[in-house]
Each structure stands twice: as C-alpha cells, then as structure tokens.
Ligand binder design. Structure first.
Ligand SMILES: Cc1ncc(COP(=O)(O)O)c(C=O)c1O
Length: 366
C-alpha cells in the first residue's frame, strides 16, 4: 500500500485519560478535569429538552443544510444564512478549509504555539507550515505578515490564542488585514469569543464587509457546553462559504447537535451567566498565581497558562496524584501548564493542590 508520504510520520492524537480510569488507577474518589477548556457549568437546561425531543428521530438522517439552526444563528449574529457553514466541531471547518485550499507545497503561516489542529491538517494536505514565535504569548502580526509570499494560502490567527489566552485588538487586526494580500485567506479562530471581556477585542463580523478574505470560526463546544455533540461554525462572505461547502460531507452535523445548538442559542441568559462566572473565577486564579509568585499570561479565555518553573510533565503528575488533571507539554513553554477555569469549588481545590506541588518542588530541587 502507498499512503500519502506526508501522513506516514504524523503523530497519532493521544487523548487524555478518562476521569474514571484516573480514579481507578490512583485510588481517588474525586477527580477534577481542568484540561480541555470545557464549560464546568454544563449546558443550558433547554438543551436536555431539545435532545430528548430528537430521540424519536434517531433513524432519520439530519437536515444536511441545518436550515432551522442556520436561521436562528443568522438572526443571532446579524448575518445572512449564506454567511454560515456548520461543521462537526470547528475542528472540521479547519479540516475543510485545508482540504479546499491546500495543494502540496503551498505555505501557511501560524504562531509557533497555537491550536495544534491547524498544523496537523496542513501537514495532511502536504502544505508547508511557517511558525512565527509568539511575542509575550501574543500573536506577532507584523512578523507573520513578513512571512507571507506568493505561495501562502492561509494565515491562522487564534484569538484568544489557545493555549496562552492572549488577544489581539481590533486595531491590531485591521492594520494587519489592510496589509495582507487579497489572495491570502485569514482564519480568525474565535472559539473562546464569548469569554472575552476586553473592550478592545475585535467585533470581527462587522469586518467581513471590508475584508473578503476573512473567515471567522466559532463553536458550541466551549461556553455553550456542547463539546460532545460536535458542532461548530464558520462565518465568511457567501462566495467563500460556497467554496468550503464543496468539500463538506452531506450529513456532517447530527440531529442532536443541531437541536441542542438551536436551543442553546436561544438561552443567552445561560451564556451571560457563564461568561460572568468565568471572568470572576479567572480573576481569582490570576490573583492566586500573583500571590504565589507564578508568572502567567493574562487570559481572555476560560483557561490560563501559568509558569511553575519545573518540567510541566512533573507538575502534571504531581497534580494528577491529587486528583487534578491539567494540560502540560507545550513545546515553546516547557515549564508552563494550561489550566481551565473551573467552578469556584474546583478552582480552590486546584490552588490547594498547586500549593502542595510547589512545596514538593521546593523540597526536591537543589
Ligand atoms: C482555538 C480552538 N479552536 C477550535 C477548537 C475546536 O473546537 P470544536 O471542534 O470542539 O468546535 C478548539 C478546541 O479546543 C480550540 O481551542
């Protein structure tokens, strides 16, 4: 057999251990997962009702063009239906963009520490990834601009950036977009849009009129709490949506996903409450890091990247033994962990465990 040469050495995704397995292996009664930036408050109660109603229809294919959900979302965002495409998570929209645009040897530009799915999909299509170092944990847009050439097809800007949580402002974005050549698509990944509280954050949808090469990604996995139902979306000019739609499978989102997303969108009170709780708990954690003398990147998301000044894998193991799962292993920041903002109770349990980890480190380090 002759697979595509570019996939032969691709790493296979290693999912985190399920909570139940961690409990069994370590003999723990309670395990708190703060590793995947999920919503610790679950989802709107209206979602359960919507899913229950859909149970009667499991034998029927979903609506391939998600007519009802598209209408509700278009109204919510103030765009036309033709501006929207849904995917099996925004992960799928990333894959569809690479599938529709990259030929082997094309170039794509992204930060050196950002959401890994951009590069893995570019690799699959044989595109060459140019990674531009973050500056103080933030996208360095002028250096990214300097890497664009005739072979560049797509630039990825994750805002807030996963894993650092930093944002670029509207002014920074527009001055970048003004300089990006028209043949280059800019994908602005706003998976954590609803958590942002900084007034300088771009109102990106209003920029679509000015920039025909802009694609915005958002998701129902984060603040809406629907990660398991796999539904995200892209917003762009109709001619761009049409191109991405050509490589989409006909039934790429499920009945449950569509029904849940529709119900979730109609409950903005839940979204608002979660955003407020996240902001105050994000402040709590950041203040605790300051108290403990730990450098961190000021975050606008529902996660924070903090420097523990020890190999992050060791910190991970120490926290795991205490029943807390966080995300270690960031290439550019080997002593940082990323922790999702949990409920008040979870965050206090995390801080207590973190203090034990730091005390252990103080004893063992020379
Ligand atoms: C920046 C960013 N983009 C996209 C995604 C994909 O989310 P989903 O496929 O669940 O919509 C994630 C998930 O963690 C993310 O952090």
């Amino acid at each position: 057999m002759k697979p595509k040469s570019q996939i032969v050495n691709l790493p296979v995704y290693q999912p985190g251990k399920p909570i139940e397995e961690v409990k069994r292996e370590l003999g723990l009664e309670q395990v708190i997962k703060l590793a995947s930036n999920e919503n610790p408050y679950g989802s709107s109660p209206a979602v359960l009702e919507a899913i229950t109603r859909e149970l009667a229809n499991v034998s029927l294919y979903p609506d391939g063009s998600a007519v009802e959900l598209t209408g509700v979302l278009a109204k919510h965002l103030g765009v036309e239906r033709s501006n929207i495409i849904f995917g099996c998570g925004s992960d799928e929209i990333i894959a569809l963009i690479t599938r529709a645009f990259f030929l082997p040897g094309d170039e794509t530009v992204m930060a050196d520490q950002t959401f890994s799915v951009y590069k893995s999909n570019a690799d699959i299509e044989g595109a060459v990834t140019i990674e531009v170092p973050l500056k103080d944990g933030t996208h360095d847009l002028s250096s990214m601009l300097a890497q664009i050439n005739d072979r560049t097809k797509v630039v990825w800007v994750c805002n807030p950036n996963n894993p650092t949580g930093t944002i670029i402002s509207e002014q920074e974005l527009t001055s970048f977009m003004d300089r990006v050549p028209a043949h280059v698509m800019v994908v602005l990944d706003e998976a954590y849009y609803e958590f942002v509280t900084d007034a300088d954050y771009p109102q990106s949808i209003s920029l679509l009129e000015r920039y025909p090469n802009l694609v915005i990604l958002r998701t129902f996995s984060k603040i809406y709490g629907l990660a398991s139902l796999r539904i995200g979306y892209g917003i762009a000019r109709p001619e761009v949506i049409d191109l991405i739609n050509r490589v989409r499978e006909p039934f790429n989102t499920s009945r449950f996903g569509q029904a849940a997303a529709t119900a979730a969108l109609l409950d903005q009170k839940f979204v608002q409450e979660c955003a407020e709780l996240n902001a105050s708990e994000r402040d709590f954690l950041q203040n605790e890091f300051t108290r403990l003398g730990l450098p961190y990147f000021a975050s606008q998301g529902n996660f924070i990247m903090v420097d523990l000044d020890m190999p992050s894998k060791d910190a991970f193991q120490s926290l795991l033994k205490q029943g807390i799962i966080v995300r270690p292993g960031f290439q550019v920041y080997p002593t940082y962990i990323r922790v999702s903002v949990g409920t008040p109770e979870q965050n206090r349990a995390f801080v207590k465990a973190l203090e034990n980890t730091l005390a252990e480190k103080a004893i063992t380090s020379p």
